[in-house]
Design a protein around this ligand. Structure first.
Ligand SMILES: [Zn+2]
Length: 118
């Protein structure tokens, strides 16, 4: 499972960012998982609780996932279409000749810090 190692990496990054900012509580992290990234959100959801176990800074933290669509532009008829839904082939002309316009990204997009006021 690739998901558990990239999830661990994202959680590590969030933890480092929190330490740098002097924050001791994280409310949520947002992952951007493109449809064409090869990662399945269901695994991130499944592993999140396991990965944050024994990391008190993440106590009660929430995992948010943004799923950018895998859009393609047909280079033969210039139709725009969803690559996942149409299995990589243009629904208008059947061509697989395309430019991928998005959906390949995987990133730690946002970290929700809880500021502690004294
Ligand atoms: Zn086409």
């Amino acid at each position: 499972m690739h998901e558990i190692s990239v999830l661990k990496k994202a959680v590590d990054l969030a933890e480092e960012a929190a330490a740098e900012n002097g924050v001791d509580k994280i409310a949520y992290i947002t992952l951007e998982v493109g449809e064409l990234s090869g990662y399945l959100p269901i695994f991130f959801e499944k592993y999140f609780e396991i990965v944050i176990e024994d990391r008190p800074i993440f106590d009660g933290a929430e995992l948010r996932i943004i799923r950018p669509r895998g859009e393609g532009l047909c280079l033969d008829c210039y139709a725009m279409y969803n690559i996942m839904e149409h299995e990589g082939a243009c629904p208008k002309c059947g061509s697989r000749n395309k430019k991928v316009l998005g959906g390949q990204q995987f990133a730690l997009k946002d970290i929700g810090f809880i500021e502690m006021t004294e």
